[in-house]
Structures are given as structure tokens and as C-alpha cells.
Design a protein around this ligand. Structure first.
Ligand code: ATP
Ligand code: MG
Length: 342
């Protein structure tokens, strides 16, 4: 059986990267997999969150899932802290993963910054909680953006080590699903940084709830270079974009990638369309497309957020269904480890 698990942190400012790299794929995968989509509030508090904002942002992510088209009758949508198996399994995994593995995680290095000793211990063990999220459901596939690839590797290593240490075949070796033309959407201000909720500059990202004029302004002011847009000759024989080519003009390729993803066109179609164009003309077309695709989702998110009882009801129902899957798996793991049954 193929089972999907994935999550988004309720840390505010949901953006185009979250949509193209994650949420849009969550919607598409519903037809072929059993899907479990989580609002990962335990992950969010690894960096400080105001309690009232955390509550609002938890409902915001839920609203984004629903507005983008995840069907709560078909897929499970729930909140991580409502199912205690996540935290319980994470503790067991904290005793399986090695300090050395965690020390190599680039997300920790980036988020902890220069003063690592001031980072929360939770931020350091974030990847073992993520392994627990996935393996509490024995999920076989995890759709994520490219930035989470390294954490997924750690999940696979954790499953393997647990299976080896205890001589069991308990956990699957989960496959990442990194899908679409925009698996790593970059900041609009700096083509070397990924678009992030936690970037202090709102101009660096297009939020899923931005109005048309904000989207237009952000795209107009997005960093570009002085050259005209490239044509299909920039691609390799297989129609892929060589990494060196991307690196030479990161901002231009980022905007072109967003266009390709939002329009569901291939690189070569997009490059044919805009070969030799000025950025001003391309940015106009990109704005129209982004407003067209995000506008209805943003409006529906706002409508849903105005009805917190409805949203909370969906999370309650989802938590029950998620717990029904996770609890027997946790019990199996506890037996393997040698915990007495209560
Ligand atoms: P934060 O800055 O709080 O970590 P974030 O923007 O990285 O926020 P997450 O909640 O950590 O968002 O990630 C949710 C999902 O969105 C993950 O699957 C992640 O890989 C994906 N994602 C995040 N940023 C991008 C991006 N710039 N491009 C593509 N996918 C992204
Ligand atoms: Mg992140």
C-alpha cells in the first residue's frame, strides 16, 4: 500500500514556494495514494511563536490545505499536537539518531545562525520528530520541497537503523517525492536564498493571501539582471536546465521556473514563448498568471479563516482518523523496544 505523509509548519506567511513545492502536489497526489496531511505545530515551536499567532497560523495552514483543494473527506488533515504518537515516537527516535547525523543538517545550521548554543534543543532534534511524523504512519512517500531532502535522508537512515538495531522489519524506507518545475522557489530579492516564511522581508515572497496589487508590486520589484530572457538553447538535449546555467542567472531562472510551474508548461515551452523578451514584458505576464492562480485560493483561505469552528471541526475529525492509524504502530514499536504494556 502506498501512503503519503507530509506537513507544513504554522509559522505564518504561507508563500508561493509552499504552494508550488508542497501543497499543490499534496492535492494532485490525493487520487493515487492514501494521504495524511499535517499542520506541524510541534515543529513550529522549535523557534519562538506567540501563542495567539500560533493558533491563528494553525488555522491558516488548514485553510490553505482546504482552499488549494485537499478534500478532508478523502485525505486526513490534522494538527500534529493532537496525536501524541508523534512526540512519543520522536523520543524513541532521539535515542536512535546520532548526534553526528543531526550536526550535519543544513537547516539547523541556517536557523540556529551564529549563536548555536542559544538555539533550542528542539531545533536540533527537529529531524527526529520529522522521522516520527512520517514513520508513525509507516508512510511510503513524502512530497516535499527540495530543502527537505536532507531531512528525508535522515528519516530513511533512522528507519534503517531502528530495523537493524532491533532485528525487525518494522519501518519502510520512505521515498521523497520532489515534484514539479519549482521544487526550490528562491527569494524575490536574493536568488541565492530560498523563499521562506521566516524571511523578515515581505518583499522576498509572494504570500498565498496577497492581493493582486501586492503580487504586482512584488514581481515588479523582484531582482533581475540587465540581459534579455534566454531561449530554448539554454537547455540540455533532454530539455533540462543545467545547474551551471541556472547558477549564472539565479533570479531570472527563478522567475521563469515560477512561470513554468504556475502555467504547467515545460521549460522549453516557456523559453520559446519569452526568448529575447525584456523582463518588463515577462513580469507583466507572470503577474497576470500568479494573480489568476493564487487569487481564488487566497480569497477562499480568507473565507475559511473567518469560520474557525468549521476549520477546527476538520482538524478534530482528522486527528481521530490519524490517531487510529498511528496508535497501533506506536504500540508495535513500544513492544519491539521492550516497554511493558500498561
Ligand atoms: P520556515 O521558514 O518557517 O521553515 P518554510 O517556508 O521553510 O518556513 P515549511 O513549513 O518549513 O516552510 O515547509 C513546508 C513545505 O514547503 C516543505 O515541504 C518545504 O520543503 C516546502 N517549501 C518551503 N519553502 C519552499 C520553497 N522556497 N520552494 C519550494 N518548496 C518549499
Ligand atoms: Mg522550512
Amino acid at each position: 500500500m502506498k501512503r503519503i505523509f507530509s506537513g507544513v509548519q504554522p509559522t505564518g506567511n504561507l508563500h508561493l514556494g509552499n504552494y508550488l513545492g508542497a501543497i499543490r502536489n499534496f492535492v494532485a497526489l490525493q487520487h493515487d495514494y492514501e494521504c495524511i496531511y499535517c499542520v506541524v505545530d510541534l515543529h513550529a515551536i522549535t523557534v519562538w511563536q506567540e501563542p495567539a499567532a500560533l493558533r491563528a497560523h494553525t488555522r491558516e495552514v488548514t485553510a490553505a490545505y482546504l482552499a488549494a483543494g485537499i478534500d478532508p473527506k478523502h485525505s486526513i488533515i490534522f494538527n500534529q499536537s493532537h496525536v501524541s504518537a508523534h512526540a512519543e515516537l520522536a523520543w524513541i527516535f532521539n535515542c536512535v539518531v546520532r548526534m553526528g547525523w543531526l550536526s550535519r543538517m543544513t537547516q539547523f545550521k541556517e536557523k540556529a545562525g551564529k549563536h548555536r548554543e542559544n538555539a533550542s534543543a528542539g531545533l536540533f532534534v527537529y529531524p527526529s520528530l520529522m522521522a516520527a511524523d512520517i514513520l508513525a504512519y509507516k508512510a511510503t512517500h513524502v512530497p516535499v520541497g527540495e530543502d527537505q531532502k536532507q531531512h528525508l535522508e535522515l528519516t530513511r537512515d533512522t528507519a534503517q537503523k531502528f530495523n537493524n538495531d532491533y532485528g525487525v522489519d518494522c519501518f519502510p524506507i520512505t521515498e521523497p517525492l520532489i515534484l514539479g518545475a519549482a521544487t526550490r522557489v528562491m527569494s524575490l530579492r536574493d536568488g541565492s536564498k530560498k523563499m521562506s516564511k521566516s524571511d523578515p522581508s515581505d518583499m522576498s515572497r509572494i504570500n498565498m493571501t496577497d492581493e493582486a496589487d501586492a503580487i504586482a508590486q512584488k514581481i515588479r520589484r523582484a531582482t533581475t539582471d540587465p540581459e534579455l530572457l534566454p531561449g530554448p538553447a539554454a537547455l540540455d538535449e533532454a530539455g533540462r536546465l543545467p545547474e551551471e546555467t541556472r547558477k549564472a542567472r539565479p533570479e531570472a531562472w527563478n522567475l521563469l521556473g515560477i512561470y513554468a510551474a504556475l502555467s504547467d508548461k515545460s521549460w522549453s515551452e516557456v523559453l520559446q514563448e519569452f526568448e529575447g523578451a525584456q523582463f518588463s514584458a515577462f513580469k507583466k505576464a507572470l503577474t497576470e498568471l500568479a494573480v489568476d492562480k493564487l487569487g481564488p485560493i487566497g480569497a477562499e483561505m480568507k473565507r475559511l479563516q473567518a469560520d474557525p469552528e468549521h476549520v477546527d471541526g476538520i482538524l478534530r475529525d482528522g486527528a481521530e482518523r490519524a490517531a487510529a492509524i498511528a496508535e497501533p504502530i506506536l504500540r508495535e514499536v513500544q513492544d519491539v523496544v521492550g516497554f511493558l504494556r500498561p
